[in-house]
Structures are given as structure tokens and as C-alpha cells.
Design a protein around this ligand. Structure first.
Ligand code: C2E
Ligand code: MG
Ligand code: MG
Length: 710
């Protein structure tokens, strides 16, 4: 160790010349130096190890071990590396001087010694050596500190494109200085792919604005480990303000991040089930509220409370209770994630539904972007099914139930607390009604929801139980008033629900796919009826059938129609299929091919409710259409509203230009009819002539037309 007594630096003098030692004592005793004398190399090395002097003076010419060997030996000692060593000789021989320095000498003096001068030199050397020592210590400390703070450093000189990485940064990236020379900003290669664009943007910003920045990102080390780093990047400018380099200090914050994650997990998740807890749920709810407000959307909060959980806890213990909760939470998350129903109602279902455990045996579920608030009931029913499946606890099967309360935004509350509270109240009602129930907070909605569910059940048997009907509404030639056709309109005569018009059940049927069998039934029934009329010699009427997009998009649709036409030997020229604008809006080759295929059966195609959708003139021209049905909302305002007159006239002009025939829907008055008679409109349909009628009634109407009562 270097002598640390700053006031009395310790000189070790090694020389075989006794007189020199006497002189040294005489001269140094009046100074701050203390002196230890040794008379040979070996003795000197021992003393060096024993006393750890501040400085060493060695004579070159000594018997046994000369000064060069002694100096080299001291230099090889652990504390000898940085000690100032002065060598003495009697001649100023260049070769000797070189040899002395090569052996590790710091300085060189020629005998006879001028002690005044040497003392000054010794002082200077001690001071310099102390400074070097201090510097080394502080560098050592800095390196240690950097290591402890996981701090690294890189520099990129923009002009020369030279990069430098500190050892710590090498360590962070998992590379070795010997194996990797950075160039350019090559550290970017180690940024996690997902963060790369962001980091590049940050760098570009520093270059552009010449302002420092600090940010966090992830790196993937050479050994494929992912680490979090925080970077502070400083731009360096020359005196003219030109950017010359970037300096980045980099800190590995992986442990801090992990710690933060742990803390976050503890704060936001439930320990037993690992589901989000109440705090998290309320946060998520607030966020959903904000989005729903902005987008004018509905969502539902389901409040679940297990029935009979306390019994399980009391009977089998808390551990069993926890196990049960875990199982329930799994069923909920998995069920909601893969439910076909769920995915039909919500796309990106994973992100839009959240299950949380509020505590005890209470869970909450957030159903986002409900098409219809009543749909929450369907989900509630499924949840009940999932939960009532027995749970195996050890070798026991446990049966548990659940009561569910439903609150729907915005009807049942416009803030998170109210919604949650009302869902809770609804749950309480459900419990009171008998366990295993669900209740909406809003009663009206409950009734609606129940109806929908009922309807869905009955709907499945409607075709098989022969509950569907077609009513026919006459289509009349506008100038002659002659019956030229009819539109077949679907009705459902349900023994349980009563007589239902299509507006009451078609949207549900479209949602659950029942529109396909319904639609096929309508086509088949129309054709069957057509055959009957033909056999009765009733003459030819064009019958229009409505199509839904779901039906039309079935790959087997055209083949199905062809099959039915064949089966009943219908002349396809007397069949019209009504499509809506939105159905064929996608102006694709695929759509064109499909329409052409349908058209090639010999049937006619009409656009229903024309004027209400987004019409592209391009598709009108490109698709093989025959007629437009002017929507009744325009006809209704004829001839009073100038706007309606303008629109209807425009549609008629358009149809004429495109060589399409026209039918005006919803004609209710003689004024409307008269107005249309004075236009190029071809046909009319509406209550003014007749409502849609059951088949016998329609037949009578038809017969009367053919043989008008005088
Ligand atoms: P739509 O195709 O536009 O049918 C015309 C609707 O307007 C019919 O209602 C008809 O009763 C009504 N209507 C006719 N004349 C007048 C009038 O002068 N005044 C008023 N206020 N209304 C009139 P409906 O039968 O209730 O059918 C409603 C919709 O249900 C239909 O509109 C059609 O889009 C759909 N639909 C009916 N049958 C089927 C079907 O078999 N398949 C499919 N996919 N949809 C059908
Ligand atoms: Mg129609
Ligand atoms: Mg219509």
C-alpha cells in the first residue's frame, strides 16, 4: 500500500554505498521525508513489502542484485506498479539510462547527488503519484458506480461515423469488446423490433431539434435476453452550432420494470384468480365509458354473485373455496373468449370483454359494443350454463349457481359507480327472485330481452312446424291499373308469439342465421304457389321475392334457386329477386359474377328501397339489373314536397337512361297515383290498391281484376 501519511512521505533508499545513506539522512532529516535505508536489492524488496514506502531510490550498481533487477522486481509486486522509482548511477551512460527506464524507473539521477535538487524532485514525484492515485481511485469508483447503476454509454461521431461503446454498454448488449466493433448507430440492431421505429424517431428528433431527450425502450441482447433500458441522448455541437455527435447514457432498468410490474400486478390483480380486481375494473370501466360516450355505443356491466359459495367455504375450507373461484374464473374467461355467440356480437372479443373479481364470490363482466342491450341476456344465460356445470374439488363434485345483475350504459347510469351499483342492485333482485336468475336493472329491457330469447327458441322450429306464411301485395301497371305482379312478403304465425310482420323477426333471423332456411322457404313457397296458379290457369304474374345479404352470400345460393325453379317448373322470367343497395354496394368482380350467375337462370333483378342507400352509378350500370323500386319514404311526400318530387323525378330519369323499369312503393293516395301516372314510372304498389294479402284473398282480388264486376 502506498504510504498515506501525506505529511511524511516515506523514502526507501537502496544502495550498497554506506556514505550515500549518511548523506541522505543528513539532507532528508531537515525535510518532511522519513527515510528507510537498505543496502542490497533483496533487503530492499523485503523492506518495500514491509513498509510500503511512498517513493523508492535505487542505485544501479550493486553487487548480487543490481538496480535494474531490483526495480523490475518491485514493479512486479502488487503495490509496486505505480510507485515512483528513482534510479541512481555514477555515469550518464545513455544505454544505462534506457535500461533503467525499461526496468520501470520513473526518473533518473546521476551521482554525486545534489540533495537540494533531488528533494524537490522527490516532492514533485510524490505529488504526481498521489494525483494519479486519486484519479485512478475515482475512475475505479466511477466504474463501480456505473456498474451498480447499470449505466452504460455510447457515442456516435456523425462526421466520421465512428462509434464508441463503454464497457458497461457492451455488457448490457451482451457483446465483447474484442468481438464487436460498433459502427454508425449499430446499437439500433439490438432494439426490440416493436420498439425500433419509436427509437429511430427519437434519434431523428434529437438530430433535428438538437435537443436532448430521454426515453425507455427494450433491447434484445446478443444472448437473446430482453432487457428494458432508459436512454438519455445529448446532442453535441461545435462552436458554430453544427451537430457533431450524439452521446447516449444508457441505464438498464429491467429490474426496476419487473419490480414495477410486480407492484402493478399486486395493485390491479386479484391474487386468487389472477383476474383484474375492483380497482382495475373501475379504471377499465371509466375508459370504456369515455369511448362509448364518444362513439355513441352501448355496453353492459354484468354483476355476478355465486349462489352457495359460502356453504362450500364453510364445509370444505378456504382452500377449496379458492380453488372453486379459480375454476369459475377460468370458465368465465375461456367461455367468453371462445363463445361463438360472443364472437358474433363483438369482434376482437378478447379486448372488449373483461372479467374481474370484485372480491369474495363477486365477479363483474364488461360486455362492450353491444349491438342491442338485450344481447347481454344471451351472454348471461351462457354464463349460467358454464357456472352450473359441476366443479370437481378433489374427489367431490360441487354444484354451484350464479345470480346475475345487468346494467346497460347509458340507460342505467352514465358513470362507472352508478353502473356498477345498479348492476349490483339488479343482481340482488335476481337473488330475491330465486337463485340462478339474471335481471336487468331496467325492467323494460328485461322483457324485451326475454322476448328475443323466446323468439330465438321458437324460430328454430318455425319452418318445420309450418308457421311461416307468404302474403302477396299487388303490383299494378300505373297507366292501365292492371294487375301485373305481386310482391311475396313473409309473415310468421307463431302459436306462442302471435302473428309477426317481418320487421319483428327478420333482423334476429339475420343475426342467428335463421334467415337462410326462412329465405329458402319463401322462394320454394313462391314457386310452389306459382305452379298451383299455373295449373289453375290463372295466367302469368311477376312475383317478387325479397333477399337478404346473408342468403345471397351463401355459395350454394344460385344452385339452390336453380333447383327450386326446376322442381316446380317455373318460368323464371316471371320471378324477380329484390336486392337492397347495401347488399350489392361492394362493387366487386365477385359480386358481378354472382349477379350474372343468378341472372343467367332467366330471373329478373330489382333494387328494393331505392334511394335510401348509397348508390353508386357505376354499379347500376355494370350490374345486370331490370328495375328500381322507389322507396316509399319519397312516394309518401308526393306531390306536396318539392324535394320528394325532385328526387322521384331524378330517379325516374336515371332509370330511363339506364334502361331500367320502375316501381313506386307505398302508394297510399289517389294524388300520389295521379302524380305518378304523369311520369315515366311503370308500375305502382301500395295500400291505395291493396295491403299484402293471404293467398286466398289475393286470389280473389286477382279473379276480380280479370272479371271486373260490372
Ligand atoms: P319491402 O320489401 O320494402 O316491402 C314493402 C313493405 O312495405 C311491406 O312491409 C309492405 O307491407 C309495406 N307497404 C306496402 N305498401 C305500403 C303502403 O302503401 N304504406 C305503407 N306504410 N307500407 C306499405 P312488410 O310486409 O312488413 O315487410 C317489411 C320488409 O320486410 C320488406 O320491405 C322486406 O324488406 C322485408 N321482407 C319481407 N319479406 C321478406 C322475405 O321473404 N325475405 C327477406 N329477406 N325480407 C323480407
Ligand atoms: Mg321488397
Ligand atoms: Mg321496399
Amino acid at each position: 500500500m502506498i504510504h498515506t501519511d501525506d505529511h511524511h512521505p516515506h523514502v526507501l533508499l537502496i544502495d550498497d554505498d554506506q556514505t550515500l545513506h549518511l548523506w541522505a539522512h543528513r539532507n532528508l532529516s531537515e525535510t518532511e521525508f522519513t527515510l528507510t535505508s537498505c543496502f542490497g536489492g533483496k533487503e530492499g524488496i523485503d523492506a518495500f513489502m514491509e513498509y510500503a514506502p511512498t517513493i523508492v531510490i535505487i542505485d544501479i550498481e550493486m553487487p548480487e542484485m543490481d538496480g535494474f533487477a531490483t526495480c523490475a522486481a518491485i514493479r512486479s509486486l502488487p503495490n509496486g506498479k505505480n510507485i515512483p522509482v528513482v534510479m541512481m548511477t555514477v555515469t550518464e551512460d545513455a544505454e544505462k539510462i534506457a535500461h533503467a527506464y525499461a526496468s520501470g524507473a520513473t526518473d533518473f539521477v546521476v551521482k554525486p547527488i545534489n540533495w537540494k535538487v533531488l528533494t524537490q524532485r522527490l516532492r514533485y514525484m510524490v505529488k504526481a503519484s498521489r494525483n494519479i492515485y486519486k484519479l485512478e481511485q475515482s475512475e475505479l469508483r466511477l466504474t463501480k458506480a456505473k456498474k451498480m447503476a447499470h449505466l452504460g454509454y455510447w457515442e456516435w461521431q456523425i462526421d466520421s461515423n465512428i462509434s464508441y461503446w463503454s464497457d458497461e454498454f457492451y455488457d448490457m448488449i451482451g457483446l465483447r469488446k474484442e468481438h464487436f466493433i460498433p459502427d454508425n448507430l449499430s446499437y439500433k440492431d439490438y432494439i426490440l423490433e416493436a420498439d425500433k421505429a419509436y427509437v429511430v424517431e427519437q434519434l431523428q428528433n434529437v438530430i433535428k431539434t438538437k435537443q436532448p431527450t430521454t426515453f425507455e425502450c427494450r433491447v434484445v441482447t446478443a444472448t437473446s435476453q430482453q432487457r428494458f433500458i432508459s436512454q438519455h441522448i445529448e446532442p453535441v455541437e461545435d462552436h458554430k452550432g453544427n451537430l457533431i455527435s450524439l452521446i447516449g447514457t444508457v441505464q438498464d432498468i429491467t429490474e426496476r420494470k419487473e419490480q414495477e410490474n410486480k407492484i402493478r400486478h399486486l395493485a390491479y390483480y386479484d391474487e386468487v384468480t389472477q383476474l383484474p380486481n375492483r380497482v382495475f375494473f373501475l379504471k377499465f370501466l371509466a375508459k370504456t365509458l369515455e369511448l362509448s360516450q364518444r362513439n355513441n355505443r352501448n355496453f353492459a356491466v354484468l354483476f355476478l354473485d355465486l349462489d352457495g359459495f359460502k356453504g362450500v367455504n364453510d364445509t370444505y375450507g378456504h382452500q377449496a373455496g379458492d380453488q372453486l373461484l379459480l375454476e369459475i374464473s377460468k370458465r368465465l374467461t375461456e367461455g367468453l373468449r371462445c363463445s361463438d355467440l360472443a364472437s358474433r356480437y363483438f369482434d376482437h372479443f378478447d379486448h372488449k370483454v373483461d372479467v374481474a373479481r370484485l372480491g369474495g364470490d363477486e365477479f363483474t363482466i364488461l360486455l362492450n359494443e353491444l349491438t342491442r342491450p338485450e344481447d347481454a341476456a344471451t351472454v348471461a344465460e351462457r354464463i349460467q350454463r358454464w357456472i352450473t356445470e359441476p366443479v370437481a374439488l378433489g374427489d367431490r363434485l360441487i354444484h354451484i349457481g350464479v345470480s346475475i345483475g345487468i346494467a346497460v350504459y347509458p340507460y342505467d347510469g352514465e358513470d362507472a359507480d352508478t353502473l356498477l351499483k345498479n348492476a349490483d342492485i339488479a343482481m340482488y333482485h335476481a337473488k330475491k327472485l330465486g337463485k340462478g336468475n339474471y335481471q336487468f336493472f331496467h325492467e323494460a329491457m328485461a322483457i324485451k330481452a326475454k322476448k328475443r330469447l323466446e323468439m330465438e327458441t321458437y324460430m328454430h322450429h318455425a319452418v318445420a312446424k309450418n308457421e311461416l306464411r307468404l302474403h302477396y301485395q299487388p303490383v299494378v301497371d300505373v297507366t292501365t291499373g292492371q294487375l301485373i305482379g305481386a310482391e311475396a312478403l313473409l309473415r310468421w304465425e307463431s302459436p306462442q308469439l302471435g302473428f309477426l310482420p317481418p320487421n319483428d323477426f327478420i333482423s334476429l333471423a339475420e343475426e342467428n342465421g335463421m334467415i337462410n332456411p326462412f329465405g329458402e322457404w319463401a322462394i320454394r313457397e313462391t314457386c310452389r304457389q306459382y305452379q298451383v296458379w299455373k295449373q289453375q290457369g290463372m295466367g302469368d304474374l311477376t312475383i317478387a321475392i325479397n333477399l337478404s345479404s346473408l342468403q345471397f352470400n351463401q355459395s350454394s345460393f344460385v344452385a339452390m334457386v336453380a333447383g327450386i325453379i326446376n322442381e316446380y317448373e317455373v318460368n323464371p322470367a316471371f320471378l324477380t329477386f329484390e336486392l337492397t343497395e347495401s347488399m350489392i354496394m361492394a362493387d366487386t368482380d365477385n359480386m358481378l359474377a354472382k349477379l350474372n350467375a343468378l341472372k343467367s337462370l332467366g330471373v329478373k333483378l330489382a333494387i328494393d328501397d331505392f334511394g335510401t342507400g348509397y348508390s353508386s352509378l357505376r354499379y347500376l350500370n355494370r350490374f345486370p339489373l331490370d328495375s328500381l323500386k322507389i322507396d316509399r319514404s319519397f312516394v309518401k311526400e308526393l306531390p306536396v314536397s318539392a324535394d320528394a318530387v325532385a328526387i322521384v323525378s331524378a330517379i325516374l330519369a336515371l332509370a330511363k337512361a339506364l334502361n331500367l323499369s320502375t316501381i313506386a312503393e307505398g302508394v297510399e293516395t289517389s294524388q300520389q297515383n295521379t302524380f305518378l301516372q304523369n311520369t315515366t314510372c311503370d308500375a305502382v304498389q301500395g295500400f291505395y290498391f291493396s295491403k299484402p294479402m293471404p293467398v286466398e284473398e289475393f286470389q280473389n282480388y286477382w279473379l276480380q281484376q280479370n272479371n271486373p264486376v260490372p
